[in-house]
Design a protein around this ligand. Structure first.
Ligand code: ZN
Ligand code: ZN
Length: 175
């Protein structure tokens, strides 16, 4: 698929066209050409080290989504993207190069065009990495919080002053 077409689809989901989204599009373009496909379930897992516009392109085009649990955000503020394909056991790391615009003064629109015309290999440093994906998302029972009564995932309940409570209630108790 052409970067332009991928961008159109991504922009429909993301809401606008921007250079960040184009970066995500380029990452997906590379993946689709290298043994990765759209993931209807959890075949593919993405681990991203930022939560900017680029991640929306990855969610909609690759099917690695927050809700399915096959998108994992590590809040490092870095432009690294890790992808694991459970079917082929292939794993890739795409790391955004610094100075991708080579100090050229470009408008936002020109940046998008420049990116979409670029080869992903020029924008990212790409590594084949060891296949060690995060484990599959677990379905957990929810238990009502002793304070607010709202169902809360068992593993997120805090035990404090002889009650099990959700994190917001725990924080309120500690004030
Ligand atoms: Zn954006
Ligand atoms: Zn509560």
């Amino acid at each position: 698929m052409e970067a332009k077409d991928l961008m159109e689809k991504a922009a429909r989901f993301h809401g606008h066209i921007c250079p960040g989204l184009a970066i995500g599009v380029l990452a997906v373009k590379y993946l689709l050409e290298h043994d990765f496909n759209y993931s209807p379930n959890e075949e593919v897992v993405a681990v991203v080290e930022n939560d900017n516009c680029s991640v929306d392109a990855i969610q909609v085009l690759l099917g690695t989504t927050f809700g399915k649990g096959n998108l994992i955000h590590q809040d490092y503020g870095k432009s690294n993207y890790f992808f694991y394909n459970r079917e082929t056991q292939k794993a890739l790391k795409l790391s955004l190069n610094s100075n991708i615009f080579e100090k050229k003064k470009l408008s936002k629109h020109e940046r998008v065009k420049y990116l979409l015309d670029s080869k992903p290999e020029k924008i990212f440093t790409i590594y084949e990495i060891e296949f060690n994906p995060p484990s599959l998302a677990e379905i957990e029972d929810s238990i009502p919080c002793d304070i607010c009564g709202e169902p809360t995932m068992n593993s997120r309940l805090m035990f404090y002053k002889n009650s099990s409570m959700c994190i917001p209630c725990y924080k309120a108790q500690r004030k």
